[in-house]
Design a protein around this ligand. Sequence first.
Ligand code: MLT
Ligand code: MN
Ligand code: ZN
Length: 297
Amino acid sequence: MKIRILGSCAGGGLPQWNCGCPNCVRARAGDEDLPTRTQPSIAVSADGTRWSILNAAPDIRHQLADFPGLHPRPGTRDLPLDTILLTSAELDHALGLLILREALCYRIVSTPWVRDTVLESNAAFRLLEPAWSVMPLDRPFPLDGDGRLEARLFPVPGKVPGWAREVAKPHPEMCAALRLTDTGSGARLVYAPGVKSLDDATWAEIQAARCAFVDGTFFTRDELLAHRPGAPDAIAMGHLPITGAEGSLERLASHTGRRFYIHMNNTNPVLDRSSPELDRVQRAGVEVAMDGLEFEL
Ligand code: MLT
Ligand code: MN
Ligand code: ZN
């Protein structure tokens, strides 16, 4: 299985347009320790020829332009894209669909809750309805056209997206992670960019994977408070912090496979290549996802 990280930051990216936090200021100034980053998405492929994309970030236009593997074939309007899979209805995971609305040469897949919540309250998204199929949780289905990548959405602790709080109630299908298995090599990937807590089932999925992408939004539970008085804490926002009693790092340190944090908020100190926080994460054996990184599993 081949993997390309299209974008590694949370909603807003780095720098975020309205943010003057130290990370954003330095990234805007071109500081080499804080390379700019786009919003979260990865592309996966069984053979490096045809690709599928996990979540459609608002930056998808630039992410595709930067990735020759997903350029249209000369003389056509066809690109080797099989499926765009959504793990949730968060805007930083779904807005990119509107950028790709002109030609539905691919299939969109999500849980029924995600599709219905997005389509029922956002008329513009109904342009995408003909391409949008639904998959229940915990059922295997082929992600790619050749059926070499077996996908399975499983529920993780999460939240109703902020924009949908008035129109939808919490539901097990609202926040999923993906287990992806290469049926040829047996390699298994878990993609979990939004996780409120590491419950036993989620942890078991991560442990069974050769590679896992895990929610790395905040380094500490009260990270946002330092930048914005009165801001909610990480867990209230649906994101388990990296450190602290509820944190993910200690458990990920015991995992033997390749582990990445993804969906880092722009305030997260691990985005700074010279920070002791990044050093601590790396010494625990965990990587911080970076735009453009490609590898094979
Ligand atoms: C999140 O990850 O919590 C959301 O994407 C925040 C948002 O609504 O922008
Ligand atoms: Mn987000
Ligand atoms: Zn910032």
